[in-house]
Design a protein around this ligand. Structure first.
Ligand code: PAF
Length: 280
């Protein structure tokens, strides 16, 4: 496994692989790797001869400077974890390498960014589109792998690829959960032991909501989810929305042919957690 700090060095190494006819897969991450990331790396390795994992905490997607300051940075441990995986190349650039000058590009995703995370985290998806497009330009992957935990991010990245007509296949991979159900996230390690214990209520509630979706209206189910989570004094629901799986617009009726997804953001002390679940 080789580690590249610059775009030029990465591209030099990938040019050889491309000449040899190898497929190149990219797993973009912000580090603080866990089993969820490793599942993306394994999927990438199963489908490509070359697996590039990028590790870069992207400042332009943080709308809250405190969030950027405390975001976990664990490069030595990340590299250790990747050495035991099928990752062949790590791209770990500096901020100066990725942003030699400010990126003034403004992306527009219409209705897709006017709900949920797009409303609560202004500028977040623009920053995601900026860095992911730069990573695609640096790597020119055949396929790129993203977790479905960031459900809206995945939809935004698919939209960006369509807008820019990039020849990259976007692969969404299922959420990986802790044994008690909490969706794996780099932010979980920032939870206090008390908040970690409470946080299990999020996935537990989502799971139970699937059963209740057979008897409650969409509105009543949304109220029930928020009430159940907010009953824990350590948790505060920021939003819970049931949306269609394509445009991510609030659902009006069960049985929408596009499929429905329940998406949630919860504040657990200083840590903001997101999760989602499918309704059949
Ligand atoms: O999901 C993430 O970790 C980040 O948003 C991504 C896609 C690596 C872009 O910085």
């Amino acid at each position: 496994m080789q580690v590249f700090p610059t775009i030029a060095a990465l591209q030099g190494s990938l040019a050889d692989a491309r000449r040899a006819g190898f497929r190149i897969g990219l797993v973009p991450t912000m580090g603080a790797l866990h089993s969820g990331h490793i599942s993306l790396v394994e999927r990438c390795g199963a489908e490509n001869e070359v697996t590039v994992v990028s590790i870069f905490v992207n400042p332009t997607q943080f709308n809250d400077p405190r969030d950027l300051a405390v975001y976990p940075r664990t490069l030595p441990q990340d590299l250790e974890l990747l050495r035991d995986s099928c990752c062949t190349r790590v791209f770990a650039p500096s901020v100066e390498e990725m942003y030699p000058e400010p990126d003034h590009r403004a992306f527009h995703f219409g209705a897709l960014e006017q709900v949920m995370e797009g409303v609560r985290r202004p500028g977040h998806f623009n920053g995601v589109a900026q860095i992911v497009s730069k990573l695609f330009e640096a790597t020119v992957p055949h396929s790129a792998y993203f977790g479905e935990k960031d459900f809206q991010q995945l939809a935004i990245i698919r939209a960006m690829v369509r807008q820019l007509q990039l020849p990259v296949r976007i692969v969404g991979c299922p959420i990986v959960r802790e044994p008690d159900g909490l969706a794996m996230s780099s932010r979980n390690r920032l939870l206090t032991p008390e908040h970690r214990k409470s946080a299990v209520l999020i996935s537990d509630t989502l799971l139970k909501s699937v059963t209740l979706s057979r008897v409650l209206t969409i509105e009543a189910l949304c109220e029930w989810v928020e009430m159940r989570i907010n009953a824990d004094p350590l948790l505060q629901t920021e939003y819970f929305a049931i949306v269609d799986r394509e445009e991510l617009q609030p659902a009006r009726f069960w049985g929408d042919p596009r499929g429905l997804q329940g998406c949630i953001a919860v504040q657990a002390g200083q840590v903001r957690l997101i999760d989602n679940i499918a309704y059949e």
